[in-house]
Design a protein around this ligand. Structure first.
Ligand code: SF4
Length: 375
């Protein structure tokens, strides 16, 4: 794992702590070698958490070589998984990711040192889902100092994530203390007292008493049953209380919390150094003249035939042919990627006001359909 910080995780062990990424080229060479040897084209990368930048390079390398593969991996729901990156991963054959949301509570996520917030997880899982990549999430209850209220609130967050359709699968694990995790090494700091016994081979879990005195195991059945229902898209309206046969407090989470986290961010930001990728270079171009209120304009319609849909946009003729030229000169196969700033400079050698063009409706359509990606 390139992160190596989560306090419940065995990060002092080499298999987690030592992350030696291989270059994208070597990785894809190995994939090709395996395809030749076995005929298999489905890959599971077994990194504990795969870094987004390397995944991007692997995806580009797969696309450059025109490989037809499917793959999935573990990730951390970090904010670098933008909508466009998820789209690129999908194009390269990524079908699913799994990641730890752990306890869906910002206080506990901080204690875990997961480096994500619930809001961020919601946005990232939305990005994956919208790109058509399935998301599985590891969920946790009974983390040291976790209160009953936090367990209920975490369930409510999970309910909303499923209701909004941004998670497709999940599994609740009860926290267990392992000897090689930061908590296992310094239990008192985290509010737990270990019950030390002789550790036998492969008996890695350490028994402990949580200072809150809560028996978290009683939540297991209700959490799993509700999740099973949510995964089937049912019973979102059922009061949380009904999943348990003992009294629980009402949730303190606003019913629209996740919905509000997903409200669109301002996407009119100009990031000059972002790399521009054109995923299609051969649209059909048709010229025609549009007359409106006595004024005539030369228009070109560009039609993109994608795998599952057709996208048509209309642009002023000169701009349409400029865009076509850019697409052809900078296809995905080209190792060097141009930046948005380069695109702007080139545009402004010919026309005025790049921002107006870049944020126009037709360009928005191309971005929404993954024809233009900014990474
Ligand atoms: S829990 Fe996952 S992300 Fe966190 S340190 Fe362990 S392997 Fe890395």
């Amino acid at each position: 794992c390139y992160w190596g910080k989560c306090t419940f995780c065995d990060i002092s062990l080499d298999y987690i702590r030592l992350y030696e990424p291989v270059s994208a080229k070597i990785l894809v060479d190995r994939m090709q070698e395996l395809i030749t040897k076995t005929g298999e084209t489905g890959f599971h990368f077994v990194d504990e958490a795969a870094p987004p930048a390397l995944m991007r390079e692997v995806a580009l390398e797969i696309l450059r070589r025109n490989l037809v593969v499917t793959w999935w991996t573990n990730i951390r729901f970090e904010k670098n998984f933008s909508r466009d990156l998820c789209y690129l991963l999908k194009l390269s054959g990524c079908v699913a990711v799994s990641g730890g949301l752990e306890v869906a509570s910002d206080r506990l996520l901080k204690l875990i040192d997961k480096g994500v917030s619930v809001e961020q997880v919601a946005r990232v899982t939305r990005n994956f889902t919208e790109a058509g990549i399935m998301v599985h999430s590891y969920l946790m209850y009974g983390y040291p100092t976790q209160t009953v209220q936090e367990t209920v609130d975490s369930l409510e967050m999970v309910r909303q994530l499923f209701e909004m359709g941004v998670l497709q699968s999940g599994f609740w694990h009860q926290f267990s203390m392992t000897a090689h995790s930061p908590i296992g090494k310094n239990p008192e700091e985290f509010g737990v007292a270990p019950l030390k016994k002789e550790i036998l081979f492969a008996h890695n879990d350490v028994d402990f008493v949580d200072k809150t005195g809560i028996d978290h195991s009683i939540f297991g059945y209700g959490l799993k049953k509700s999740l099973f229902n949510y995964m089937h898209g049912i019973n979102f309206d059922m009061p949380l209380q009904d999943w348990f046969d003992f009294r629980i407090p009402p949730t303190t989470i606003h019913p629209d919390y996740i919905h509000d986290c997903l409200l669109d961010e301002d996407d009119f930001k100009f990031k000059g150094n972002s790399k521009i990728i054109f995923t299609s270079k051969n649209p059909v171009a048709e010229d025609f003249i549009k007359t409106k209120k006595g004024n005539s304009r030369n228009i070109t319609q560009l039609t993109f035939h994608l795998k599952t849909n057709i996208v048509k946009i209309e642009l002023d003729q000169e701009k349409a042919y400029w865009l076509l030229k850019m697409m052809q000169e900078n296809s995905i196969a080209k190792p060097q990627k141009i930046t948005l700033q380069y695109l702007k400079n080139n545009f402004e050698e010919n026309f005025e006001d790049f921002e107006l063009f870049w944020f126009s409706k037709p360009l928005k359509q191309l971005k929404e359909n993954g024809i233009i990606l900014s990474l």
